[in-house]
Every structure is written in C-alpha cells, then in structure tokens.
Design a protein around this ligand. Structure first.
Ligand SMILES: [Zn+2]
Length: 97
C-alpha cells in the first residue's frame, strides 16, 4: 500500500518554487517520499503533467455515479454512488423536517 501523503501549504509552496530548478528525485528525497508517490502527488495537485498513463489520475466520471432505482420513488436519475435516495426524495425529506 502506498503511503498516503499530504503536503501542507508550505511544502506545496516549496514544491512550486523549486519545481523548475530541482530534479524530481532530489525533491522527493527532500520531502521524504518516494519519487513515484511524489510524481502522482504533483499530478493530483495539478502542478505537473507526465506523459504516460501511469500517472494520469482516474477521470472515469461515470464510475462515481449509478442509476440504481431510488428506494422511495424507484426513479433512476443518475446520482452519486452510495446515494440510495434520489435528490427529489431527499429534498422532500428536508421539507418535512
Ligand atoms: Zn426518489
């Protein structure tokens, strides 16, 4: 499992200002992360693009949605996965609260 790395604002600023002057492996060493993790992080932060699909973050829009019938009205409007009730029914819920 790759370690989950979160850079703080200072680190991100440091990365941005050194991105052109330092090598990625030197920067990764400085930040104490492995260079592959660092590259993925850069892509995620939108600081750098790499050729090669390996570092392209998944952009499968449809993967995050489903058309499972709503538990209330059986409607099949597209909604985020794990949301079992459609937005309309949810809205109704709020109105009764
Ligand atoms: Zn519904």
């Amino acid at each position: 499992m790759p370690k989950h790395i979160i850079f703080n604002a200072n680190q991100i600023e440091w990365i941005e200002s050194n991105l052109d002057s330092m090598t990625l492996s030197d920067m990764a060493k400085e930040l104490d992360v492995c260079v592959d993790t660092f590259k993925r992080k850069l892509v995620k932060l939108g600081l750098k693009d790499f050729d090669g699909a390996k570092f392209v973050p998944p952009r499968d829009f449809n993967a995050a949605y489903w058309r499972r019938p709503c538990m209330r009205c059986k409607g099949t409007d597209r909604r985020p996965k794990n949301q079992f009730i459609c937005s309309r029914c949810k809205q109704t819920d709020y109105e009764y609260l």
